[in-house]
Design a protein around this ligand. Structure first.
Ligand code: TYD
Length: 207
């Protein structure tokens, strides 16, 4: 594997998808071979699993089942999209990856973090080269997320306190893994944020 995996993480509605897209556009502009993908999803089978995960009522799945479904989707995504991209020396940009499982399912049930980590270790293994965590005040992010009327609001429906817990989890992650993870202030203008991200990416590639 010679390419690089770059992931974007953060709470619902924080603007990470926009930033993943802007990084992709910037890399294309300088003729870097890259792929833009997302989780849950990013391959045909994983997109089908996505539908099961993001629609329906908030109690549709137990936390255990969710971890298994997210990991199954990720395995398919890895086999069909990420690994071929990396083998082809591409920069693979993923809108969410394993950190989301650890933080979302861990926020729902902290005793399940170990299960999530063990499954990751056994079936996925891959750790991103670089991760951008877009940070935003949960009230603002939640409003933006729900204003999209995407019909995929199962996790937003867990409410503000859940989003606050997630935010704390993401901030802690950037402290624990401060070489890989960069905390980005999502309140700034999107173009300004994108410049900051591109600078970090360039420093990382040259360093
Ligand atoms: P996403 O498509 O990124 O939604 P959004 O664009 O609204 O942020 O992800 C869908 C939902 O799935 C989101 O609420 C986060 C959740 N999720 C998990 O709970 N665990 C995971 O492992 C992943 C990848 C996503």
């Amino acid at each position: 594997m010679v390419g690089k995996l770059i992931t974007f993480e953060g709470i619902d509605g924080c603007g990470k998808s926009t930033q993943a897209r802007l990084l992709y556009d910037n890399l294309k502009r300088i003729s870097t071979k890259c792929i833009l993908t997302r989780e849950p999803g990013g391959s045909k089978g994983a997109e089908e699993i996505r539908k099961l995960l993001v629609t329906g009522t908030s109690n549709r799945w137990s936390a255990e089942t969710e971890i298994l479904l997210f990991t199954a989707a990720r395995r398919d995504h890895l086999e069909r999209t990420i690994s071929p991209g990396l083998r082809d020396d591409k920069i693979v940009i993923s809108d969410r990856f394993f950190d989301s499982t650890k933080i979302y399912q861990g926020a729902a049930r902290s005793d399940l973090v170990e299960l999530a980590e063990t499954l990751h270790h056994l079936t996925i293994k891959l750790i991103p080269n670089l991760t951008f965590v877009i940070d935003m005040e949960p009230k603002r992010a939640l409003k933006r997320g729900l204003d999209r009327f995407s019909g995929e609001d199962r996790f937003e429906e867990f409410g503000l306190n859940f989003q606050k817990k997630l935010r704390a989890g993401f901030i802690e992650l950037t402290k624990k893994e401060n070489k890989r993870c960069h905390l980005i202030n999502g309140d700034n203008d999107p173009q300004k944020i994108s410049k900051e991200i591109f600078q970090i990416y360039s420093d990382h590639s040259n360093g």
